[in-house]
Ligand binder design. Sequence first.
Ligand SMILES: Cc1cc2nc3c(=O)[nH]c(=O)nc-3n(C[C@H](O)[C@H](O)[C@H](O)COP(=O)(O)O)c2cc1C
Length: 316
Amino acid sequence: MVALADSGSAPCGAGPGLRVELPGLRLAHPVMNASGILGSSAAALRRLAEAGASALVTKSFTLERREGYPTPIAVPLEYGMLNAVGLSNPGLEGLKPLVEAARALGRPVVVSIAASTPEEASVLAAAAEEAGADAVELNLSCPHARGRGLVLLWDPVASRRVVEAAASAVRIPVYAKMGLVDRLADRAAELLGAGAAGLVLINTLPGMVIDVYAARPVLGNRVGGLSGPAIHPVAVRAVYEAYRETGAPVIGVGGVEDWVSAAELILAGARAVQVGTGIVRRGEGVICSIVEGLGKWLREMGAGSIGELVGAAQRA
Ligand SMILES: Cc1cc2nc3c(=O)[nH]c(=O)nc-3n(C[C@H](O)[C@H](O)[C@H](O)COP(=O)(O)O)c2cc1C
């Protein structure tokens, strides 16, 4: 099979107006996968590359191997899904082979890492850089080292330290991936001040589904992360506020399933978007259908490039 890296044309046939640049990432178009969706194996990453993703984002790696939570780990919902996968991953030893396999596919590679301490963050970020990643995405929704059920991002000091440690361990850019927190824009500014080159907004929102006949929560972990269309307006607002207050490079994620939902995040301030649940619900063909829709939208808006529309809703 011909390596994708050798096939000259842009993924999804994207025209030059759809090119975007972010720290460390020159993208043929703004659409990539979200961490945790088709990012755990070489075969899955190949599927993503063949489906036209402009960058390949890995599942989050932790230092130690994690088995994940007991089943069921996901519940499909009318308006999205609820999952409690529990960051299952092979740990540091699985990072290098996966990143090397991703690199061979000829797309920029973003390695997601989840660290509970600054030390873990620097080891994981350095390993990602050494393996050939173009950027690191730091998943700040990792369990907090100090407490069961706590999330690192909820502790402003700890999350700043983890960002600082990752950013100072590498030369490639580190993106801080945030979930929903109070004073989101201020917190984003703090993480940028700690060395993050950009932001990825947003992670899943905590939720629960209860089986009314079994009279107990459906997920093995009881609580899970809500994703998909249900969280899209929340993501749009998060991107809008973070971009308005910081002007930083933002990758928007949350409920993108078609070009309109992608365009909303771009108008709010995202330079690129990630698709997670949209791939689960609609298949990876959704990537090119979003890219094609964005291309048509660009022409309809009379814009020469996507860059002209990034954050345009802020000026309205
Ligand atoms: C099954 C599943 C696994 C996920 N795993 C990760 C992960 O390993 N790291 C991470 O940062 N986010 C993870 N996420 C969150 C997604 O990357 C994304 O932020 C979230 O689902 C919102 O986007 P969506 O509505 O397009 O799914 C996961 C989401 C799902 C649904």
